[in-house]
Design a binder for this molecule. Structure first.
Ligand SMILES: *Cc1c(COP(=O)(O)O)cnc(C)c1O
Length: 398
């Protein structure tokens, strides 16, 4: 492995050359079943023909255009995002972190525009992940991501998801600006919040004039079987939402979407991006959106999710020495391990099954929404074979 790359990742010793749907292939032609999907990014699998066509067609026209010009693709995609959500207005960036940055800036600017610039507190949660930029790591509930990077920025508060009294108290403070939460925690280990929790927090934020931000970077774009995870719970809609990952079907793009009211401070000059919303990203994202938002795609994702989570629960019952719990929502599935999750990931790779890690010693399965049922069944076979291999290794060590 090259030491010319900053060693911030612990990379698996395997190189893939191409992908088709939920399958990845090495140069030697070895096939791996991909339940990582670029960490929930390749929502329609690898090399989706519609997305390849959209990208290559746009590539022959215009790649990049400054945001000092109109970009029709942005207007088309914003039309789709707002027509299919609570939101009225959109800012496009290139990543999830940028969508979060825009969301946090939008929230503070809203209060400044209302003559309450003292409202700066962002309430976040233990186990949450919002990205790696400065504001995002300050909002995230993983203190190790802040270590060595200087003091915590002012105006960021961390609470436990289960401590509703503390949450209510923080929301009611006169310095509270926004509360940021993932309706289904991704990196934290696929923890799905209840409708009850989301609705109570929505109600308290509205009462106190605090903006509610949903980070749907991982849980959005069909991953839970609805376009956005909070849409399972009518009335839980946020004021601002960060979307990225599957939005571009694997092409880098992010979006901060908001109500017109919440975005009232985001006037000319308040924010910007050189590459955000470029024509290539918009062309692919529009094609991905139209495919993902189809009722058939969402219904299929739910079917795949049922196949996988039922199968995984059966496997968990047969391997209580290896698996503690199966959780998550839709195709954001977490399997909490007895053994070290990194060891399980490596053992799964030996079975040519790719799974992601996650907090609380989970492995996550985040396959493409359009994974064929037969491939989901194959994934279950390989998952069980991994459990069997791990058990044999444990027996030998004992
Ligand atoms: C991936 C992710 C982010 C960060 O997105 P990047 O594109 O890596 O900047 C933020 N929030 C959640 C919930 C994510 O899953």
């Amino acid at each position: 492995m090259s030491d010319r790359i900053m060693a911030v990742y612990n990379r698996a010793p395997v190189v893939f050359e191409r992908g088709v749907g939920p399958w990845l292939y090495t140069k030697e032609g070895e096939a791996y079943l991909d339940c990582v999907a670029g960490i929930a990014t390749n929502g329609l699998g690898h090399a989706h023909p519609g997305l390849v066509a959209a990208l290559t067609e746009q590539a022959g026209k215009i790649w990049h255009l400054s945001n000092i010009f109109r970009i029709p693709g942005q207007e088309e995609l914003a039309e789709r995002l707002t027509a299919n959500s609570f939101a009225d207005t959109v800012f496009f960036g290139n990543s999830g972190s940028e969508a979060i940055e825009c969301g946090l800036k939008t929230a503070r600017k809203y209060h400044a525009a209302n003559g309450q610039p003292e409202r700066i507190d962002v309430i976040g949660f233990a186990g949450s992940f919002h990205g790696r930029t400065y504001a995002a790591v300050n909002a995230s509930g993983n203190a190790t991501y802040l270590e060595g990077f200087g003091p915590r920025l002012p105006g960021f508060i961390q609470l436990g998801l289960d401590d509703m009294d503390a949450i209510a108290e923080a929301i009611a403070r006169p310095t509270a600006a926004a509360l940021i939460v993932e309706p289904v925690q991704g990196e934290g280990g696929a923890r799905a919040l209840s409708g009850e929790w989301l609705l109570e927090v929505r109600r308290r934020c509205t009462e106190a004039g605090v903006l509610l931000i949903h980070d749907e970077i991982q849980s959005g774009m069909g991953r839970t079987g609805r376009l956005f995870a909070h849409q399972w719970f009518p009335g839980a809609e946020p004021d601002i939402m960060a979307v990225a990952k599957a939005l571009g079907g694997g092409f880098p793009v992010g979006a901060c979407v908001a109500t017109a009211e919440a975005a009232k401070g985001m006037t000319f000059g308040a924010h910007g991006s050189t590459f955000g919303g470029n024509p290539l990203a918009m062309a692919v994202s529009i094609a991905a959106f139209d495919e993902i938002a189809r009722p058939e795609t969402l219904a299929h994702a739910t079917k795949v999710a049922e196949t996988l989570s039922n199968g995984l629960r059966d496997i968990a019952a047969r391997y209580p020495d290896i698996i503690v719990d199966v959780r998550g929502k839709g195709l954001l599935i977490g399997v909490k391990m007895v053994i070290n999750n990194r060891e399980f990931m490596a053992a799964a790779r030996d079975q040519h099954l790719l799974v992601a890690g996650g907090g609380e010693n989970c492995v996550r399965l985040l396959p493409p929404l359009n994974m064929p049922i037969a491939d989901a069944e194959e994934a279950l076979k390989r998952f069980e074979a991994t459990c069997e291999a791990v058990r044999a290794t444990l027996a030998k060590a004992a």
